[in-house]
Design a binder for this molecule. Structure first.
Ligand SMILES: NC(=O)c1ccc[n+]([C@@H]2O[C@H](COP(=O)([O-])OP(=O)(O)OC[C@H]3O[C@@H](n4cnc5c(N)ncnc54)[C@H](O)[C@@H]3O)[C@@H](O)[C@H]2O)c1
Length: 341
């Protein structure tokens, strides 16, 4: 396949790109490489994909020295002309695009309280640019949504058939908006679209703004970790390799046209874990005890998440395989090597 992967310098986009390249697909990776967290980590991921980051030029595609069928280009997806130029140049060189896998977004729940504009720009205007490309090229789209759309819902596990009308962060509201925008385009223009609600993804090359990464950093430096709501929170932590498999399965499964070629699936581990147990498992994986600082619940946070994955199993044949101890061991091993601790 010829694919576009947006967010390919990001955590999930990097892993999806790498797997698709290993499977022999041709990829155009797009990412603005923003500084929401360390740009050096995004550059290191790109280097793993064979991109020389010291000669990266905004808007100019760079070829990979490792994967001959990979090109990477840096710009913001809401820059519509840049997006269509990059896509058209790619098509001229390599032929039609088979799939767009859209993983670029302004991620993070808490940052949406500080910088709401970044979310509207990347996640709403940027998402519209992607939909417009799909519309003009008639390409099926797979895009990232989030478990955060379940917001104040209390019935667990969260099902894709539940109503999701009560988000508790602007981040969640943009992700829910994406689902509604995707439905509209699928209905009006008959474009197959698949939204994936990811549940707390973790693993090697992960995001420094997420709790497991912050905890690991603090634990290795002997600093206290912030444990919200006395650790009485549950999360359906999902390992990156399982997520990658789910994204690729979704890309291989075009939704049937009736009533609208639009589907949403949960990608979660289907087994929620208490934060306290998660920290204990991480301590074991890192071989070091945490110093804990207990704090009240944070704004925008939800108490518990657990995914109902019945539809995902049935339609995509996807089940997660990685338990928390196995996943955190792999993360800790990468973390120690990467940080040299
Ligand atoms: N990691 C998780 O636990 C999780 C959970 C739910 C949903 N998601 C969603 O999955 C997707 C991937 O998340 P991630 O964890 O890899 O995050 P990430 O921040 O590591 O990756 C996102 C990438 O998108 C890029 N980006 C942001 N705005 C852009 C723009 N306007 N134009 C071009 N590039 C832009 C960033 O530079 C970044 O490299 C996102 O849509 C995120 O909202 C992630």
């Amino acid at each position: 396949m010829n694919c576009i992967v947006t967010g390919s310098a990001g955590f999930i986009g990097f892993h999806v790109t790498k797997k698709l390249l290993e499977q022999g697909h041709r990829i155009l990776g797009i990412d603005s490489v923003n500084d929401y967290y360390a740009v050096s980590l995004k550059h290191d991921r790109l280097k793993e994909l064979g991109i020389k980051t010291d000669s990266l030029r905004y808007d100019e595609p760079a070829a990979s020295g490792v994967f001959p069928q990979f090109q990477f280009v840096q710009f913001r997806i809401e820059e519509k002309d840049r997006l269509s130029n990059a896509v058209n140049n790619f098509i001229r060189e390599h032929g039609a695009i088979d799939r767009i896998i859209h993983l670029a977004a302004q991620a993070g729940v808490r940052y949406s309280l500080q910088n709401p504009e970044a979310y509207i720009s990347s996640n709403i205007s940027g998402f519209l640019s992607i939909l417009e490309i799909c519309r003009s090229l008639r390409v099926p789209l797979v895009y990232a949504s989030s478990s955060s759309v379940y917001g104040m819902n209390t019935r667990q596990p969260f099902s894709v058939h539940d109503r999701v009308d009560h988000p508790v962060s602007l981040y969640a509201a943009t992700k829910r908006s994406n689902e509604l925008m995707a439905h509209t385009y699928a209905h009006l223009f008959n474009i197959p679209v698949t939204g994936l609600r990811f549940f707390t993804v973790y693993g090697p090359w992960g995001r420094p703004d997420m709790a497991y990464y912050k905890f690991s950093l603090a634990i290795s430096n002997g600093e206290p970790i912030d444990v919200y709501n006395n650790g009485e929170m549950r999360r359906d932590f999902t390992y990156i390799d399982d997520i990658v498999e789910g994204v690729i399965k979704a890309a291989g499964h075009i939704p049937s046209p009736a009533p609208t070629p639009c589907r949403i699936y949960n990608l979660g581990n289907n087994h929620s874990v208490e934060l306290g147990f998660f920290i204990e498992t991480l301590e074991n994986a890192l071989g070091k005890k945490a110093v804990k600082r207990y704090l009240p619940m944070q704004e925008g946070d939800v108490l518990s998440t657990e995914a109902d994955i019945e539809d995902t199993r049935r339609d995509l044949g996807w089940t997660p395989h990685t338990d928390i101890a196995e996943g955190l061991t792999a993360f800790a091993q990468w973390f120690k090597e990467y940080k040299g601790t």
